[in-house]
Design a protein around this ligand. Structure first.
Ligand SMILES: [Zn+2]
Ligand SMILES: [Zn+2]
Length: 463
């Protein structure tokens, strides 16, 4: 077990990105078995991590094309920051509950209990792993919608009322905890770890580009592949969209198991009961609190267990997945949660969010040499920033105090540790100095009470 654990730790230490075109091909699963078959887990490149430049490049491209086409941006700053914040929260949770733990278990099961020996370099193994990962993803995803306790984590991904490439980054912090062991670990009985990991990465990467409204139809490919059109239906809250189109890369399992729906009337995105906040922690935990309350007020042990394992819309006396008539009808245009803030605040929020991204990148770059306390300190500061930025966008009365304290804390920690000779943040000096100046200015703005009265105004709903 220890050796397997060591192997997995090494997998996550790889460096170096691919050439531009190779990176781009990977975003669409356009790879050959020959170039993506590996004998050991250690040899598998960190495909998802290496794709970060493609994520941001494609987001900018979508923004540009959509703006030229529709003359208005498809992306709202508050919603995009909320989506990217969820993605960052999810990846930081992976640091604490490292995917290494999951893959260590996978390697252990495969080494001790595998039923067949599939040759790692055979294209047949590659294709079997491709289908196996897609099949397990279909059921993992379907159960994440049909079992309330799993939906509590997966609903994060569906909580955006917009649909664009940033929505793809909106991920749950708790989903892997519940679904890996149930749905993916059994694959270790058949599929070698490296082949499983390669396809798990590409399955995830493929699902990025389908989160767009710019691609209408892909013709005959719509019969086989999961496409933007099919996935738009999956994100819909129109009654015809509920519990449909679970595929990752393919749509064939939805067609086989009766969960396919074609895009028809205009899709309205998001949860049937929207969250109405940008808070990155609340989005992760809100449905757990709902389940907790429902569990205790529901009479009888059998009913209480059903609250956990039946559908989110289930109540005593109803079918397992609830009644489709209970889904609220959509209207056009459906109002979205939106909060208007002055343009200067938007700039302020965007700059602080960008700096949170810088600190987040620094965290992942140096994580291997950090003590647990230093790692947790960084995670807490990035989360604090995301919460603070969201509070400003939500126009919460607490935002000025939360952000003033945060900015002051950053300045104090960086300055005192720099004086002691071991700076808390490992960034180039010019950048770090500029950040200290900016945080100091930010604290001064809040401390000077300049913006506080404006927070007495409440958030407003807008189209
Ligand atoms: Zn889903
Ligand atoms: Zn999605």
């Amino acid at each position: 077990m220890a050796e397997a654990e060591l192997k997995v730790q090494e997998v996550f230490a790889g460096k170096g990105g691919p050439p531009f075109l190779t990176g781009l091909r990977r975003m669409f699963y356009l790879v050959t078995p020959n170039e993506t078959s590996f004998q050991t887990l250690e040899e598998v490149p960190k495909y998802v991590q290496q794709a970060a430049p493609c994520f941001f490049g494609m987001i900018l491209l979508e923004l540009l094309v959509a703006s030229l086409k529709n003359r208005r941006s498809p992306t709202r700053l508050n919603d995009s920051i909320s989506s990217m914040s969820a993605g960052m929260m999810s990846e930081m949770t992976n640091l604490a509950f490292s995917m290494g733990i999951y893959m260590t278990a996978y390697v252990w099961v495969h080494e001790n209990y595998r039923l067949v020996d599939l040759p790692w370099d055979s294209p047949l193994t590659w294709w079997a792993a491709f289908i196996g990962v897609e099949f397990s993803y279909y059921w993992l995803h379907r159960m994440s919608h049909e079992a309330n306790i799993l939906w509590a984590s997966h609903q994060v991904h569906h909580s955006s009322e917009d649909y664009n490439l940033t929505t793809a980054l909106r991920q749950s912090s708790t989903q892997k905890l519940g679904t890996f062991f149930l749905f993916q670990l059994p694959m270790a009985l058949l599929v070698p770890p490296a082949a499983f990991w390669v396809h798990r990465e590409f399955n995830l990467l493929y699902q990025f580009w389908i989160h767009t409204e710019l691609v209408t139809s892909l013709g005959p490919l719509e019969y086989v592949l999961n496409t933007p059109s099919h996935h738009r239906v999956h994100h819909g809250r129109n009654p015809y969209c509920i519990d449909k189109n679970y595929g990752g890369t393919l749509i064939i399992f939805d067609r086989m198991f009766g969960t396919f729906a074609k895009e028809e009337e205009k899709v309205v995105y998001g949860l049937t009961h929207p969250l109405n906040t940008w808070d990155p922690i609340w989005v992760q935990v809100c449905h757990y609190t709902h389940i907790w309350r429902t569990f205790w007020v529901t009479p009888g042990l059998a009913n209480k267990l059903s609250v956990l394992w039946k559908g989110p819309g289930w109540e005593p006396g109803k079918p397992r997945l609830g009644c489709i008539e209970d889904i609220p009808k959509v209207k056009y245009p459906e109002p979205k949660y939106d909060t208007k803030v002055p343009a200067l605040w938007s700039v302020y929020v965007a700059v602080h969010f960008f700096l949170a991204l810088v600190l987040y990148q620094e965290l992942f770059a140096v994580v291997k040499v950090l003590t647990t306390a230093a790692m947790l300190g960084r995670v807490m500061f990035v989360v604090w920033t995301l919460v603070s930025v969201a509070a400003i966008m939500d126009r919460k009365p607490s935002a000025p105090v939360v952000d003033f304290t945060r900015c002051l804390m950053f300045v104090l920690v960086v300055m005192t540790t720099s004086l002691s000779g071991s700076p808390a943040v490992m960034l180039p000096s010019p950048l770090l100095n500029a950040m200290v100046a900016w945080y100091l200015l930010s604290a001064a703005i809040w401390g000077g009470n300049y913006l506080v009265p404006a927070f007495k105004a409440k958030a407003v709903k807008a189209d």
